[in-house]
Ligand binder design. Structure first.
Ligand code: NG6
Ligand code: CA
Length: 521
């Protein structure tokens, strides 16, 4: 069983050892104990395993992601820590499973900061290593001290600077949640004192239209379920908002806006090590791609949003090329959770899907305990340091923090990132050994564990289908489930009753992880 002591192995010993073991990849330069390449995360929202051409999609062209994959490692067994955004991002940014902390479920747009300033984050790690850091795009981890008590017209505190980000330009939550404004370094962009912003997740403001009462105002997209509160840009959202007309984002230019900020950040920090967390709004709902991308696919807004995401990737990569930074930049592309087709807006995604399979070879989708919930696309490129290949290694995003700390030679403080292991060798393709086990969290907090070829889903009382609208199988079952992922990646044959010892073994793994919070040595 892997545990905290693993972190203690110096990255030098770790890499030397594994590089020596891997004869076929000897041509790679071994990574020295501490390197400080620039690090860029391109983190998509709800992008499924099967949504990219290099993972088998045929109804959408993703040339920029294809190029990244052809120059890097494409992982086929990589996992987000959870099948929804907030817990997945919490775990990735803190190296601690979200289910250990209350208040880490899908956050409303007025949530207080979920990652508290005292918690060590990925951004803190990079700061400690001497990097300049930025978060640009979708946030969805709360802002300010207390839920519902932010004053959106003033400097909001705490904000991302308090958890390690030197610069931030974010959407507070998701595009389907108010407030529909950008927040730059804790301050709403384009504030107008004569038109103050008010936000509530409890009640509407007198006289303000809603999607529920004024469907005639929904000129752009109508909800299919939920999403019937305040109307912004002809789309009704979750939550109530008033004022701030000049500050409202335009859904059609979100990708342009965040990409421009990301490109500017790269330009400004080209001569120092930088960490950029670039979290796209694509392909989350409401999907309103820029007119440049409308019709790029025959799948409507969802397919066109994938094309738009690919464009963002191209802009980042060409910026690196033009500045001569490509070789000194490690790029990680992934997604926060699995795919959903209809997630609450009637955007034609289901009707136009055709042969496209956002979930790839897996069962379920976003929200699920089944594999499509957390098995996501993941590509790592670092020219010269990472040999182009496909890795079948079992990996989890929760390990990025400790792995990148090892890369940069950063000693993590006691108690930091308790669930994050140093898997740097696997991420850099020196080995395909991967993790001994990966824990997956479903929307109702059901946990699953994958170890070797086996996947166990713990029994629970949840419904078989997501109950509020999306047509997704949850994977919840009152009985224990055990699947042989080597022959049954689609989780069809429950082998739990034939393999009671294996069930017991994986239950023990879950119990150990649950009860024994790992302490770093
Ligand atoms: C759900 C929303 C869905 C999406 C999800 C969070 C409704 C009916 N559905 O509650 O549209 O916003 O939360 O998605 O409100 S996530 O990718 O940010 O986790
Ligand atoms: Ca998401």
């Amino acid at each position: 069983m892997q545990n905290g002591y693993y972190i203690g192995i110096s990255s030098f010993a770790f890499l030397t050892l594994s590089t020596a073991c891997n004869q076929s990849q000897k041509s790679l330069r071994p990574a020295p104990p501490a390197m400080k390449p620039n690090i860029i995360f391109i983190y998509a929202d709800d992008l499924g395993y099967g949504d990219l051409e290099c993972y088998g999609a045929t109804r959408v062209k993703t040339p920029n992601v294809n190029k990244l994959a052809s120059e890097g490692i494409r992982f086929t067994n990589a996992h987000a820590a959870a099948s929804t955004s907030t817990p997945s991002r919490y775990a990735m940014l803190t190296g601690e499973y979200a289910w250990r902390q209350p208040g880490t479920d899908v956050a409303p747009g007025d949530a207080g900061m979920i990652i508290r300033p005292e918690r060590y984050t990925l951004a803190d790690m990079f700061k400690q290593a001497g990097y300049t850091t930025a978060a640009i795009g979708k946030w969805h981890l709360g802002l300010g001290d207390k839920t519902g008590e932010q004053d959106w017209n003033k400097q909001i505190s705490p904000a991302l600077t308090d958890i390690g980000f030197d610069y931030s330009y974010i959407m507070a939550a998701t595009a389907d949640r108010v407030p529909c404004v950008y927040v730059e370094n804790g301050l709403v962009v384009n504030l107008d004192p004569d038109d103050p912003i008010e936000v509530s997740y409890k009640r509407n403001f007198a006289g303000e239209p809603t999607g529920k009462d004024n469907p005639e105002l929904l000129y752009r997209q109508k909800p299919s379920h939920g999403h019937d509160m305040s109307i912004v840009n002809g789309i009704s959202r979750i939550g109530f908002m008033k004022g701030g007309k000049k500050a409202l984002w335009n859904d059609e230019t979100i990708a342009d806006s965040i990409t421009a900020k990301a490109v500017r950040f790269i330009h400004q920090h080209q001569s120092e090590p930088f960490f950029l967390y670039f979290a796209t709004n694509d392909v989350h709902v409401p999907r309103v791609p820029n007119p440049r991308f409308v019709g790029k696919t025959e799948m409507g807004p969802r397919g066109d949003a994938i094309a738009q995401f690919d464009w963002c990737v191209g802009e980042i990569l060409s910026t690196l090329d033009s500045l001569g930074l490509a070789d000194n930049t490690l790029v990680i592309l992934s997604s926060d959770n699995g795919p959903v087709v209809d997630d609450g807006y009637a955007d034609g995604a289901e009707e136009l899907l055709g042969e496209h399979t956002p979930w790839g070879p897996f069962r379920g989708g976003k929200y699920s305990a089944f594999e499509a919930g957390t098995c996501i696309p993941c590509i790592i490129r670092w020219p010269g340091m990472v040999e182009p290949s496909i890795s079948t290694a079992l990996v989890s995003q929760v390990d990025w923090l400790a792995s990148l700390a090892a890369l940069t030679g950063t000693a993590l403080p006691d108690g930091a990132a308790p669930d994050s292991f140093n898997e740097l060798d696997t991420w850099l393709g020196r080995t395909t050994k991967g993790r001994d086990y990966v824990i997956e969290q479903a929307a109702n907090k059901t946990l699953s564990v994958i170890s070797g070829k086996w996947k166990y889903i713990e029994p629970n009382d949840g419904p078989a289908m997501v109950p509020w609208g999306p047509k997704i199988e949850t994977g919840y079952n009152k009985e224990p489930q055990l699947y042989d992922m080597s022959t049954d990646r689609n989780e069809r044959r429950n082998l739990a009753s034939e393999n009671p010892e294996k069930v017991k073994e994986l239950q023990e793994v879950l119990k150990t992880v649950r009860t024994n919070k790992i302490t770093r040595k």
